[in-house]
Write a protein that binds this ligand. Structure first.
Ligand code: ADP
Ligand code: MG
Length: 732
């Protein structure tokens, strides 16, 4: 048996020594929650009145912190951190590589007279210049101006990251170029939340003048797979690409439906408790854990938070999970589709808006007046998705998510909205009853009617559609097409911006009717009616996985971008440029740069997969097949030498031929793929190159996989070099 696979299996069979994890030490979660975070309570404790007030103001209203005050804040933070054994600090940011980045510096420094001191001042807190020319920038930073800055984001609290015996103070930051153009996920996200805040507050004022801030809320649900680390390490494709490129599906997949919500294995449970504990220390409010549909697939979800914090917490958690998994000799797979033939992983983004007066704007109210407010935000959200569906699709496009969308386990690439029976009826009612003769008297009636239709508690699990990409779930929308490895900031930025734009337009439309003499409520109902009518085609209540829906959606004129390169085009459309520039989220240059970066990322990911599948075929699978073929040939020869006639070795002879056929096919397809790669790599236009990777090279993966998986079924198991699906999904 091949050494890596063999030793991996031996390790698993021997069993891993269970790591002694202090599982909460019997403490309540509240006792460790936020213990590594510079919370508002600690800010109060460690900062002067002036510094505290300035920081609070900045956190709430986005005002700038003065340099002098920043010094005070930095010294308070340092004092807090040093008391907890911290020696280093880092600006923590989320570049467009899709991971988090950090560069550690120590507080330690030497003064001009040679005295050694510990120092952390306002300048260091506010801004750093990481030597970051190698982060993706889509041409924004030519090398001569290759300066990128990380700038402190006071709205997300600083935290202490523990790693081994080291402790580091992490300052959440945004990452921007020398001229202010954003180079990360967070800067645009923060801008989009601010744009939506402003637009939503303006609309709230029709109903409640006391609202002065609207927060975007996000609750994500993170799915992932776990594989024994030794087994995973014997699979170059898992290590390098996060997914298997070859491998025959196991006899038992998820067909028995016995994994979802099943009992959690002890080893996995220990891992979950361990990473949850780390997460609680950092203030990540995890709430839910359970098995998912596929074997070895699991999910966790926190209590929702303000969107910027929620995004930080999700990226932080992905990082923590990967690190903690190592302690348990496990590997976490965050890839959208690690295994063919079993479900992939997503990251549902639950999105809503809440006011500083404590109202969830997407939660049906108890009175006709609050219901009209609900209806306003609800209908505007539907219209936003209708108008900008292609952007929403573009925001979740990635090489890895392509394997999941539309694969009958996740929403299709067609964006639609699911409302549920009650609310569909309400909208239909508004549509038929609010006509040109609609008057104030009707209005009272109608409002009451609406109220009657919206039950107080709508969160009825039976009225849910699990196949919809964008579903209303009673008090929030759930965007289900987001990939498990994605940074939620990308879809959230798009969603916030399109909602901001729609609400701005809504206010204009209502105001112009009011100017013409309509009473406020009448004007609102008229505009809502118009929006309901014009955005009707985006509503779909049926089975999104069905072929009928694809046909119906086509008839309705809805887009269906199946692959990333075509889905990304929307970011350089006039629609996107108008939307993002007018709301101050991205300049045209930033959009072009992002488009370029995303295409490049796509190409690189597929390119790496192409290399790895080529290696697997040529250096792992082919030699094993040849070895086994030789054994068979020896056998046939010996039998023949003994004078046995052909009936005595027919099966072996046949196998020799079949193996030969598969080897030939494997080899031919790898060669074809290498040739296609050469053509693609010579293509200088990034879009055309991405198309080639998407439409020729990637298609050859299946052609290579087919003979490879057939050989896996034929070749002597003890000669097979790669851990099998069954070993990855069911061992350990
Ligand atoms: P499920 O969708 O599995 O039935 P829930 O409805 O309880 O579960 O919530 C799923 C996720 O939605 C959780 O992460 C939760 O925090 C989040 N969520 C609940 N309310 C809101 C809200 N108002 N805004 C954003 N996310 C929310
Ligand atoms: Mg959900």
């Amino acid at each position: 048996m091949s050494s890596l696979r063999q030793s991996a299996l031996e390790q698993v069979i021997k069993g891993h020594e269970d790591k002694k994890v202090s599982h909460y030490n019997g403490k309540r979660i509240t006792a460790i929650f936020n213990s590594h975070v510079f919370t508002e309570r600690l800010m109060r404790e460690y900062l002067s009145d002036e510094a505290y007030k300035s920081l609070m103001n900045s956190r709430k209203n986005g005002t700038k912190v003065e340099r002098r005050v920043a010094d005070q804040i930095a010294s308070g933070m340092k004092a807090w951190a040093e008391e907890r054994g911290v020696t280093h600090y880092t600006h923590w940011f989320q570049p467009l590589t899709g991971t988090t980045a950090e560069k550690h510096d120590s507080f330690f420094t030497i003064k001009s007279d040679g005295t050694a001191i510990e120092l952390f001042d306002g300048d260091t807190l506010i801004q750093q210049e990481p030597d970051a020319s190698s982060f993706p920038n889509g041409g924004i930073r030519a090398t001569f101006e290759a300066r990128g800055y990380t700038a402190w984001d006071p709205s997300s609290p600083a935290f202490i990251m523990e790693s081994g015996f080291g402790k580091t103070l992490c300052i959440p930051t945004i990452f921007i170029a020398y001229n202010g153009e954003s180079l990360d996920y967070k800067a645009p996200l923060i801008k989009s939340a601010a744009a939506l805040d402003k637009a939503a507050v303006d609309v709230c004022h029709y109903f409640d003048k006391n609202v002065s801030k609207v927060n975007v809320t996000l609750g994500w649900e993170q799915e992932y797979f776990l594989v024994d680390e030794a087994i995973a390490n014997a699979r170059p494709d898992l290590v390098m690409c996060g997914r298997t490129l070859v491998g025959h599906p196991p006899a038992k997949g998820q067909q028995l439906d016995d994994h979802y919500f099943g009992s959690i294995p002890d080893r996995v449970f220990a891992f979950m408790q361990d990473y949850e504990q780390e997460a609680y220390k950092l203030g990540i409010p995890l709430r839910t854990r359970h098995n998912e549909v596929a074997p070895s697939q699991f999910e966790c979800a926190p209590i929702f938070e303000e969107v910027n914090i929620a995004v930080d917490h999700n990226t932080l958690l992905m990082d923590i999970m990967s690190k903690v998994a190592k302690r348990h000799k496990l590997m976490v797979l965050l890839h959208e589709k690690p295994f063919a033939g079993v479900n992939g992983s997503g990251k549902h983004n639950n999105w809503s808006l809440s006011t500083d007066t404590g109202v969830n704007l997407l939660s049906p109210g108890k009175t006709p007046r609050t219901n009209l407010m609900f209806l306003t935000f609800f209908v505007n959200a539907i219209k936003a998705v209708h108008d900008y569906a292609d952007l929403l699709r573009g925001a979740i496009a990635s090489a890895s998510n392509d394997h999941r969308l539309g694969a009958n386990e996740a929403p299709p690439a067609i964006i639609s909205v699911y409302l549920g029976k009650y609310l569909s009826e309400v909208l239909d009612e508004v549509e038929t009853r609010v006509n040109d003769n609609f008057t104030e008297q009707d209005e009272v009636l109608l409002k009451l009617d609406i109220h009657k239709h919206i039950p107080e508690v709508l969160m009825d699990n039976t009225d849910r559609n699990r196949t919809s990409p964008f579903a209303f779930t009673g008090n929030k929308f759930e965007f289900r097409a987001v990939g498990s490895s994605a940074n939620c900031a990308s879809p959230m930025t798009v969603l916030n911006t399109m909602m901001a734009e729609t609400l701005k337009q809504f206010k204009k439309d209502v105001d112009s009717l009011i100017e013409k003499g309509d009473k406020k409520e009448v004007a609102i109902m008229h505009v809502l009616r118009k929006y309901i009518t014009t955005s009707k085609k985006i509503r779909f209540e049926g089975d999104n996985y069905s072929d009928e829906w694809a046909a119906e959606a086509k008839k309705r004129g809805l887009s269906n971008f199946k692959t990333t390169p075509e889905a990304l085009d929307v970011f350089v459309s006039k629609m996107a440029k108008d939307l993002f520039t007018s709301n101050g989220i991205y300049s045209e240059r930033e959009l072009d740069a992002r488009h370029e970066i995303m295409l490049e990322d796509y190409v690189k990911k597929v390119q790496i997969e192409a290399r790895i599948i080529g290696n697997l075929a040529t250096n792992h699978i082919l030699p094993a097949a040849v070895k086994y073929q030789n054994i068979l040939m020896e056998n046939v020869k010996s039998l023949k030498d003994l004078g046995i006639d052909e009936t005595g070795y027919k099966a072996q002879l046949n196998l020799v031929k079949v193996i030969g056929k598969h080897i030939q096919s494997l080899n031919d397809n790898v060669e074809a793929m290498i040739a296609a790669r050469k053509v693609a790599n010579n293509e200088t236009d990034m879009h055309k190159r991405a198309d080639l990777y998407c439409n020729t090279i990637k298609n050859l993966f299946e052609e290579i996989r087919y003979p490879a998986d057939k050989l896996e079924l034929i070749v002597d198991n003890s000669l097979w070099p790669l851990p099998t699906y069954h070993e990855m999904l069911y061992f350990g």
